[in-house]
Design a protein around this ligand. Structure first.
Ligand SMILES: Cc1cc2nc3c(=O)[nH]c(=O)nc-3n(C[C@H](O)[C@H](O)[C@H](O)COP(=O)(O)O)c2cc1C
Length: 421
């Protein structure tokens, strides 16, 4: 097990003993805004070319509490803190200047950070030849999350970035594009080119385009630092864990997922996606559960396809025995709804769902890729639930060791999610 994962486990005692003061007056900003002198392309939601970008983390709703208003997005986020930032290199795409852009959800715009010379690009940092099309880069501004979740926040940065990759996958599906994810890239060099301090770091990228046979030279860009959080407190454990987990061993998956869904209905599901807050406890059907499993088990093309075990606690599915299932096999039958709720830090979501999922992995050497993949699977769960007319919520808080013991697994519990009506 990765030491970081073990150090950031929740237990019944740890959540009761660790008191943590939340400084609401100094909450980090959720949007990184580049200075005005950078040119913008304002995204027009009616323009399909722009909509492709808009679906990747774009704003879809607002939620207000006394004194705070959150802008909600196509991606969910632990605590609605949104640590993930998205950048994109665009080359030879009609209607866009070749360049490096930031995708700004706050302004609904693409901010041109650097216009590309014909022979330069970020490809050399990814070990690739010139790519015509899009190369998306995903980073995390970790203090947005560590402000609340402290050391455990590195996990949330990875989940959230996985969800953002999930929004990219969904947008590609709607816009009939193929994609593949790369976790293996020269992150240190890219962090420096983009002018990041230690508070922001790249985690992954996605290629949506064609690799040509031409080489190109390394991007000659040096951006100045832009403060993306306002306030910042460094976290040594997170920064060290990031550095220690940047290397990975390659396990390529080249097959594209094949989703057979109604495009228009799926698009609506992307726009409407929210985290369900209460379940009515009406059951799902066995057919719906099967559709969910088929959807989430489609391949995820990437250079590091880590195995993730998906455990499903069936609480309310008509036509199925209650119990713990893995890969279609019932490991333990019985009513574990209350137990599942308890394991999710006593959250009712875990007990009242149709199904509560736990995603587990063992590959500590590929930790960054593994937890992001859990986030992508989580995103698929959200979208297929919305599409089929019920709901889903991510659950990042659970008693790690007790979950593993309950599942009789020696792996790392990476993420929990609940689906149902
Ligand atoms: C990684 C992750 C962990 C989450 N953990 C919880 C949780 O433990 N409990 C909960 O009620 N919601 C949880 N959520 C849901 C968020 O609170 C929700 O995404 C956020 O408030 C934004 O709302 P929206 O998803 O409706 O857009 C989680 C979401 C993510 C992505």
């Amino acid at each position: 097990m990765l030491a970081y994962h073990a150090q950031t486990m929740h237990s019944y005692l740890s959540v009761r003993n660790k008191s943590h003061f939340m400084d609401w007056d100094h909450q980090p900003r959720q949007f990184k805004i580049y200075p005005e002198h950078f040119k913008r392309i304002i995204l027009d939601k009616q323009n399909p070319k722009h909509q492709f970008f808009y679906l990747i983390g774009g704003l879809t709703a607002q939620k207000s509490y006394p004194g705070v208003t959150y802008a909600l997005r196509t991606n969910p986020s632990a605590g609605a803190l949104y640590p993930t930032e998205v950048y994109v290199q665009i080359r030879r795409v009609e209607g866009f200047i070749d360049g490096i852009y930031q995708l700004s959800p706050f302004e609904s715009s693409l901010v041109l950070l650097h216009a590309l010379d014909e022979n330069e690009g970020i490809e050399s940092f990814l070990g690739m030849k010139k790519v015509d099309g899009f190369i998306f880069l995903f980073s995390a501004l970790y203090y947005r999350s560590s402000w609340k979740y402290r050391d455990r926040a590195f996990r949330y940065c990875l989940h959230d970035t996985g969800h953002m990759l999930g929004t990219l996958e969904a947008s590609c599906m709607v816009h009939k594009k193929t994609y593949r994810i790369l976790y293996g890239m020269d992150k240190k060099a890219l962090n420096s080119l983009f002018g990041f301090g230690t508070e922001e770091f790249f985690l992954s990228c996605a290629i949506v385009g064609e690799e040509t046979s031409c080489t190109c030279k390394a991007l000659a860009m040096q951006l100045s630092f832009v403060n993306g959080t306002g306030t910042f407190e460094s976290n040594t454990l997170i920064e060290e864990t990031y550095r220690d987990t940047c290397e990975l061993s390659l396990q390529k998956q080249t097959t594209q997922p094949s989703f057979h869904l109604d495009q228009e209905r799926f698009k609506q599901a992307i726009w409407r996606r929210r985290s369900i807050r209460d379940f009515t406890q009406k059951p799902l059907s066995k057919e719906e559960f099967t559709q969910v499993m088929d959807f989430i088990n489609e391949p995820i093309p990437s250079d590091c396809d880590v195995k993730i075990d998906i455990y499903a606690i069936i609480n309310r599915v008509e036509g199925m025995w209650q119990g713990v299932y893995k890969e279609g096999v019932c490991l333990q039958s019985g009513d574990f709804a209350r137990k599942a709720g308890y394991l999710c830090l006593e959250q009712a979501l875990g007990a009242q769902s149709g199904v509560t999922f736990f995603l587990v992995g063992k590959d500590a050497k590929n930790y960054q890729a593994m937890v992001q993949k859990a986030g992508i699977i989580g995103h698929r769960l959200y979208l297929i639930s919305e599409y089929l007319g019920f709901g889903c919520s991510g659950i990042g808080a659970y008693y790690d060791e007790e979950v593993a013991e309950f599942l009789a697994s020696d792996g790392m519990v990476l993420y929990a999610l609940a689906i149902g009506r």
